[in-house]
Design a protein around this ligand. Structure first.
Ligand SMILES: Cc1cc2nc3c(=O)[nH]c(=O)nc-3n(C[C@H](O)[C@H](O)[C@H](O)COP(=O)(O)O)c2cc1C
Length: 224
């Protein structure tokens, strides 16, 4: 059992190619920490060393800039998932699906899942896409689909707080930002709004609150 005594352990695990999801993840981790959780912010690294599209020079520069900026964030390991009571998983939408590095990381959790080590943890997801209708829902749902397989207790933001109705929010499945059509070097993640940051902070607090209630409730419940 993880964290049965002491504080709730929260892992914010994310992949970000050009900084948008990183900004959301950092805000989530800060909010979880402030809510009293022991928190790990962990970056899923690239699994290739070259830009996906070297011919897109601006995107490639932005990707390199982001790699430098987030290099100090510890790399995620599946052990971080096993350690946590609550998992916030984030990644950009790519063709409406989970980005390949994050999918690769998720598949490495197979042994943990096979021995039931992820079951019963609180899980929640978030994303960033280029366009408002560019696949936020399908990306979030593909992450949540993984949570079904892991036996997670999925905690979406819903519309449970006014911040979620702000114009740049509104996705009840998981907080999502819209970055626009291009990643611009020197201006990474500038489209992540203050309302997006407030919303992801709210989502993280909600996750910690529910994970704490479950953790404490389980420590009282008789075991069969
Ligand atoms: C290969 C690839 C596929 C993408 N597919 C989509 C998509 O289907 N819909 C969309 O709105 N944006 C798409 N985007 C844009 C990213 O989702 C968007 O730029 C996001 O904000 C990036 O987050 P990040 O900066 O954390 O990597 C795609 C980007 C790449 C590189």
């Amino acid at each position: 059992m993880t964290g049965a005594e002491g504080v709730t352990r929260t892992a914010v695990v994310y992949y970000s190619g050009t900084g948008n999801v990183h900004k959301l993840a950092a805000a989530a981790a800060e909010a979880a920490e402030k809510a009293g959780a022991e928190t790990r912010l962990r970056r899923v690294p690239e699994y290739v060393n070259e830009s996906l599209a070297p011919e897109f020079t601006e995107w490639t520069q932005a990707w390199e800039e982001n790699a430098g900026a987030i290099g100090q964030v510890p790399a995620a390991t599946v052990e971080d998932l096993g350690w946590a009571d609550a998992i916030l998983l984030g990644g950009p939408g790519r063709f409406g699906l989970v980005a390949a590095p994050l999918k690769h990381f998720i598949e490495q959790a197979w042994p943990l899942n096979a021995r039931g080590a992820l079951a019963g943890k609180v899980m929640s997801s978030f994303t960033s896409t280029g366009a408002p209708h560019g696949g936020q829902e399908s990306t979030i749902l593909s992450l949540n689909n993984v949570f079904y397989h892991w036996g997670g207790v999925i905690v979406p933001p819903g519309i449970t707080d006014e911040i979620l109705t702000a114009p740049s929010n509104g996705n009840p499945y998981g907080v999502s930002s819209v970055s626009g059509r291009q990643a611009i070097p020197g201006r990474l993640a500038e489209q992540v709004t203050e309302d997006n940051l407030a919303a992801i902070a709210y989502q993280a607090r909600r996750v910690v609150e529910i994970a704490t209630a479950l953790r404490l409730g389980r420590s009282l419940a008789p075991r069969g």
